[in-house]
Ligand binder design. Structure first.
Ligand SMILES: Nc1nc2c(ncn2[C@@H]2O[C@H](COP(=O)(O)OP(=O)(O)OP(=O)(O)O)[C@@H](O)[C@H]2O)c(=O)[nH]1
Ligand SMILES: [Mg+2]
Ligand SMILES: [Zn+2]
Length: 341
């Protein structure tokens, strides 16, 4: 298990009840149902067993990059037969789907949300990322990249959401890159829109241009873009990093990270007269009062409201679908029993 330790392995990865004959490893890349898994014998290519797919309630139960999995050897082939319990995960709503979550990475300690000191910078989008990262239990940090393009970073920094660590740097020139601290065998993921510089940062941290060649494709403008998520070890820094392709949109799939992301609103809401205050026209609303006093920006309240509405809608649909599926399953079991009689 020597080399697996570089990937962040510790014995408590394996849950007590799981099959001890499985070979443990970490998923470093995924293509549909086919995964590249690093084991103590090196990387192997492994498909998911039917059992794992059958037992999955949703995409959240299937293996993804960063997962610790148990492999079963079948002749020369290996199959992913078990996903060990995750410490954290990063998910978003599947593009174009109303209520289906999609995993981005698992067992990530810190998620660096990258933004650029350009027109790309958008506090509302950052709030989305922060809430989604926190919903899965990881810690977000923001990286303002491409600071070489502006004479003054102050306006960008002033527009950052509160309560999160911010790094300002130029991955192209290397200035400020040392403010990104890695270590302790932790896993760090890099997310953000396409072109903000995720792979350039990852390359800097890896200290090589090797990476990305495998995962990069030239798009029709000749620009390189990351096509799939990939996990790398940085032995000199005692860390694991995951580069991801740019996301066009980050749909909310849960409301869990919102209170922490809008903590000033959550704190004010405690002082509203009504416990279920909608912070709208209710009397004795501390949130509305704070806006009137200039202590809270109205855009923050609007952003919180929009994300909460979006997340609640998704949670509701998922709940409905689950109860419909349960009903259907019950009906099938009932029919089978009837037949047997
Ligand atoms: N001026 C400037 N350009 C940068 C900086 N960092 C990255 N770039 C450039 O921005 C472009 C996109 O960089 P990438 O690292 O490929 O961006 P990415 O976020 O990985 O993009 P996707 O893989 O498509 O999601 C490249 O042309 C980089 O050279 C920076 O600090 N300053
Ligand atoms: Mg990239
Ligand atoms: Zn209120």
């Amino acid at each position: 298990v020597e080399s697996l330790e570089l990937y962040g392995w510790s014995p408590d990865v394996v849950d007590a009840g799981s099959d001890r004959s499985l070979v443990p490893g970490r998923v470093v890349a995924s293509l549909g149902e086919s995964h590249t898994v690093v084991t103590s014998d090196g990387p192997v290519s492994a498909m998911e067993t039917g059992h794992i797919r059958f037992a999955a309630d949703s995409a959240l139960d299937l293996p993804t990059v960063g997962d610790w999995v148990g492999l079963r050897r079948v002749g020369d082939a290996a199959l992913v037969d078990h996903v060990y319990p995750r410490r954290t995960f990063l998910a978003r709503r599947k593009a174009g789907r109303a209520d289906e979550p999609q995993l981005v990475a698992a067992n990530v300690d810190v998620v660096f949300v990258i933004t650029a000191a350009t027109a790309e910078h958008n506090p509302r989008r950052l709030e989305r990322y922060l809430a989604s990262v926190r919903a899965g239990g990881a810690v977000p940090e923001i990286v303002l990249n491409k600071v070489d393009l502006v004479s003054d970073t102050a306006p960008f920094l002033a527009a950052m959401p509160p309560g999160v660590r911010v790094h300002a740097l130029s991955a192209l020139h290397g200035a400020g890159i040392d403010s990104i601290e890695l270590g302790g065998r932790r896993t760090y993921a890099f997310v953000g829109s396409s072109g903000v510089g995720k792979s350039t940062i990852v390359n800097r941290l890896l200290g090589t241009e090797q990476q990305v060649v495998s995962a990069l494709a030239r798009d029709d403008t000749g620009r390189h873009t990351t096509t799939h998520r990939e996990l790398f070890v940085v032995p000199e820094r005692d860390a694991v990093i995951i580069d991801t392709p740019g996301m066009r949109e980050l749909g909310m799939w849960s409301a869990d990270g919102l209170d922490e992301t809008f903590s000033e609103i959550a704190a004010l809401a405690e002082r509203c007269k009504f416990r279920d205050c909608g912070h709208d026209t209710e009397p004795g609303c501390a949130v509305i009062a704070a806006i009137a006093e200039g202590a809270l920006e109205e855009t923050r309240l609007q952003a919180w409201r929009k994300l909460l509405r979006e997340a609640r809608r998704v949670e509701m649909q998922a709940h409905l679908r689950n109860s419909q599926e349960r009903k259907r399953a019950r009906a099938i079991r009932h029919k089978l029993r009837e037949k047997r009689r």
